[in-house]
Write a new protein. Sequence first.
Length: 210
Amino acid sequence: MITVGALMLLDDFLPEFDVRTRHAIRVAAPPDRLYACLWNTDFDRWGLTRALYALRTLPSFASSPGETRRRFLNEVQRQHFTLRDLLARGFALLDEQPASELVLGTVGRFWRARGELQPTDPQRFVEPAPPGTAKAAWNFVARRHPNGGTELRTETRVSCADAVTRRRFRAYWTVIRPFSGLIRREMLVAVRAQAEATPTTAGTREENKS
């Protein structure tokens, strides 16, 4: 179990974790514009996110062929994959510092085909995870770069409830980690492209909702 000191909102929700992955990209746009684009960008820029989420449904084919086929086609035919889509798929918005950082969280059995995500919220997330499950916290951070522009960073942490769960998750993580990294990099590139193409007068998150 790894522990870090509180430096980000993420540290308030998962300061101790079993695995961590981090990615960053530099963007030629101010933090507020970048953050507004983060909420509205289609992350599936290369098609990787959609393809990998579709492939994730296949392990359940032997036990539930009809349902697996339906879920596979739903993922393949998905028209967009935004931050709000993540919130609709079992992630909770744990905290947000506008124009700076947001933190998502989920609890479940990620190594199983369906993920078995459980409802959570900021208060429940900081409580011990139920036996046999793991907690995942995922943030996006926008900070001014000392050489100009903005650095957009994302970090994912996972904490397992017990030793058996830890072994199962790490076996799963060994396989999925490279693909998870590809998805994160695709997301960052998509947000950068959107932010750098957006005029300086880009609307705020609230304006973009209308």
